[in-house]
Design a protein around this ligand. Structure first.
Ligand SMILES: [Zn+2]
Length: 197
């Protein structure tokens, strides 16, 4: 049995990355802390997925439209509807910047799924929605914003933050950006992170 520390995986003993651990167990019953890899192997065994193969992908650095570099960590996760790969950019304060997700068949080719994810990342990084204006960040001329809704652990209210171009923007700040469009109308659509938008 590997030596255990309070935050290490209870199966392999390795400390999981902060965004890649799972409390695995029945609701209300005891749960075990597992790293993403051990969780997937356990889920595959329980689900009888003989062809599922877990792969740990190395971090990848990609540049955005302005030449800024972003380092992405990957997380592979088996769930009821298939397998998901997430690409997560972790900021220095451990908050998440850019995030991308694809979902595929659990016994399909993970490398093919990763290729699909990288294409999606490239497309996502190529378009920027904010630009620096005279009064700070503003919505660019195209008038389109793609964003992710996140909670704000440091906020005094339960208002979310939005992540646009990999940057966390407070709800107030976003309101200020939209305020320059007074009298315009807009369309708000909500999509799962795995959708193409
Ligand atoms: Zn483990």
């Amino acid at each position: 049995m590997p030596e255990q520390t309070p935050n290490s995986c209870e199966s392999c003993g390795v400390a999981p990355r902060p965004f890649d651990s799972v409390h695995y167990g029945s609701y209300g019953g005891p749960s075990r802390l597992l790293c993403g890899r051990c969780f997937n192997l356990e889920a595959a065994r329980r689900g009888g997925l003989v062809d599922f193969e877990h792969i740990d992908f190395e971090p990848l650095t990609m540049s955005d439209a302005r030449g800024r570099e972003h380092v992405f960590q990957f997380r592979t996760h088996l769930f009821a509807a298939g397998v998901a790969i997430d690409a997560i950019e972790l900021n220095e304060d451990q908050s998440e910047g850019y995030c991308f997700k694809v979902i595929g068949d659990e016994e399909g080719d993970l490398l093919e799924l990763l290729a699909r994810l990288v294409t999606k990342m490239r497309r996502g990084l190529a378009s920027s929605h904010l630009e620096q204006g005279a009064h700070g960040l503003q919505i660019s001329d195209r008038g389109i914003v793609r964003a992710r809704i996140e909670s704000d652990p440091e906020g005094e209210t339960d208002m979310p933050v939005v992540v646009i171009d990999g940057r966390r923007i407070s709800w107030d700040e976003f309101g200020r950006m939209v305020a320059t469009y007074m009298g315009f109308q807009f369309k708000l659509e909500l999509h799962d992170l795995s959708d193409e938008i």
